[in-house]
Design a binder for this molecule. Structure first.
Ligand SMILES: [Zn+2]
Length: 369
């Protein structure tokens, strides 16, 4: 009798579970350790097999898996799908970023069944979401208070140095080493020994590089500062679709402001932050991905990377609105009123290539000179 009752209760719990059940167990308004995030990824995949699958596409310096979650529905016409990329946690201490990637996945899972728009998008697009790229750095930042503000990866110090780690967002093959970096290994913006010298950056470049023509949009999530940054970090290079990047970014910022009144500024890194090189955002645009943005989430300085957990929900709500605004635009541009996906003319710009080559030559001559 008790056994029957036990079985009955378990079946009932199982049937009532779905995502709602999972939400009860996982608190999206708390920061989570890496082990919990890995477990959460697995749970989400198991509970939503029609929507989510995962791929390990690289390993960190300490040989931890770099894993992405792919969210997408079958295309009813069997058409080839396009890709939206989102990554979080390339800088270890920016804990709100991994929290947002998880929030983003949760929102999609919760809402796609009742949203025709989202279903259409998920039939045309696959969302590739990496909750944490810099797994080693993220785990290290959880060690204790003295490591909480760690930014870089955890690769071994170069010969003669005692300083670990590379700024992974200075290590991509995009005007590498030219501006806004340090060649001093103890610096927080140490760019490594060469473009893609770090396994984490290389994993992203290899994985996306193979399919860049399918990728419509690249979103990389950071904090803090409340900014939407667009290519390029190098002040002398302008994206061929700069105006469109600005207007799409501003539309996103407007959606974000509607929720909690927070202002997010839009522009290139040199315009509203500082010049830099070797960022994943710039690399994505140079690879031909037409829309590429860095989100710098809350706040503007009060707590910075130590954003209190009370702010996770509002920060993620506004970030979700902003991301969805960009993704919707990109989707509609490719799939509405057109049977040929992506008629974008900005994928290849001889001028951008020329300018990039020129800058590379200049930087080489500066370095050797
Ligand atoms: Zn960052």
């Amino acid at each position: 009798m008790y056994l029957l009752l036990f079985v009955f209760i378990n079946i009932s719990l199982y049937e009532c579970s779905g995502v709602e059940g999972l939400d009860l167990k996982y608190d999206y308004t708390k920061y989570h350790r890496m082990e919990e995030i890995y477990e959460w990824m697995q749970d989400m995949e198991e509970m939503n097999p029609e929507l989510i699958s995962s791929t390990v596409y690289g390993q960190t310096f300490e040989r931890k898996n770099i894993t992405l979650m792919k969210l997408g529905l079958k295309n009813p016409e069997g058409r080839e799908k396009r890709v939206i990329w989102m990554d979080c946690g390339i800088h270890a201490r920016e804990w709100i970023a991994p929290a947002f990637c998880q929030w983003f996945v949760k929102e999609i899972v919760q809402s796609y069944k009742t949203s025709v728009d989202l279903q259409t998008m998920l039939q045309n697009l696959d969302f590739y979401v990496t909750p944490v790229i810099n797994v080693d750095g993220y785990m290290y930042s959880w060690t204790d208070n003295s490591t909480r503000r760690w930014r870089k990866s955890r690769s071994s110090p170069p010969a003669g140095s005692g300083c670990y780690g590379v700024d992974l967002n200075r290590n991509f093959n995009a005007n590498w080493g030219t501006v806004g970096v340090s060649f001093e290994s103890c610096s927080d913006i140490y760019c490594g020994t060469g473009p893609g010298s770090e396994p984490e950056a290389r994993a992203v470049m290899d994985f996306i590089g193979e399919m860049s023509e399918k990728v419509l949009c690249f979103l990389t999530i950071h904090s803090a500062g409340q900014l939407i940054l667009l290519p390029y970090g190098h002040p002398q290079i302008k994206a061929p679709n700069y105006e469109e990047l600005v207007s799409v970014g501003e539309a996103a910022a407007a959606q974000m402001k509607k929720l909690h009144g927070m202002t997010y500024r839009v522009g290139t890194s040199p315009q509203i932050l500082y010049p830099n090189s070797g960022s994943s955002r710039d690399w994505a645009r140079l690879s031909g991905i037409p829309f590429s943005y860095t989100f710098e989430l809350r706040d503007t300085g009060e707590f910075s990377h130590l954003l209190p957990e009370e702010q996770i929900q509002p920060a993620c709500e506004e970030a979700y609105a902003g991301a969805l605004s960009i993704i919707s635009y990109v989707h509609d541009k490719s799939f509405r009123n057109s049977t040929v996906p992506n008629g974008d003319s900005s994928r290849f710009s001889p001028r951008a290539v020329l300018v990039t080559l020129l800058c590379s030559c200049l930087s080489v001559s500066i370095t050797v000179g």
